[in-house]
Design a binder for this molecule. Sequence first.
Ligand code: AP5
Ligand code: MG
Length: 211
Amino acid sequence: MKRIILFGAPGCGKGTQADALEQQYGYKKISTGDLVRAEVAAQTPIGLEIKTLTEMGRLAPDETILKLLKNRLAQGDLLNGYILDGFPRTLAQAEELSRMTVDTETAIYLKIVNEDVVVGRLTSRLTCSQCGAIFNSVSNPPRKAGLCDLCGGPVRQRADDNEETVRRRINVYREQTQPVIDYYKRLGKLHEVDASGTIEEVSAAISGVLN
Ligand code: AP5
Ligand code: MG
């Protein structure tokens, strides 16, 4: 079993690139952000507990996220591998993940230096509320306005994609997630990719790491 971990600031393109990798290599994408949003939408006890926190751009508790991740991993549809999008985000999560052994593990850091680039991408992002597909009103609009190209569901702005919350998410990322990148660097598993180019350029750089 192979594990690919995608790291990077909010808006660096983790979800977009994980979708591309799923198509290209057949690995399953596991986005903890999508798992969290599904709980919130379904108003489960976990969803009700973390709704305000996540919509304000703060991290959900480690135990809650680990429970969601372990449930997802137990579904048994992971074939030969999976891509983690948005996990681990704290050192405690990274240490727990290291205890879930796999045959090979590659960590890819999608690096963007200019904060305004990610703020611009996120405040114009549109997300399908049915299947989670990712669009952008400026650079990648859905073919039919307001509707997902893949499933026909309604596309909307995420509750946490307003500028104030995006800037808070970036601060949370700097404080809590940057140290995780150093953790993978110390393990010798980290590959850095410039994520400021086009979607295709970033995909090509990731393929260069994986092949
Ligand atoms: P999550 O959903 O993971 O949000 P995030 O990390 O803030 O990342 P984003 O989804 O905003 O960005 P992305 O990198 O996926 O970019 P995307 O590909 O969409 O987490 C949300 C919340 O859930 C957290 O705040 C927290 O509350 C909770 N949570 C989740 N995981 C957790 C964990 N492990 N622990 C605790 N809490 C957790 O691209 C963005 C936009 O840019 C799109 O419009 C896209 O079309 C466009 N785009 C992408 N690539 C390019 C490019 N190369 N050029 C131009 N535009 C591009
Ligand atoms: Mg995402």
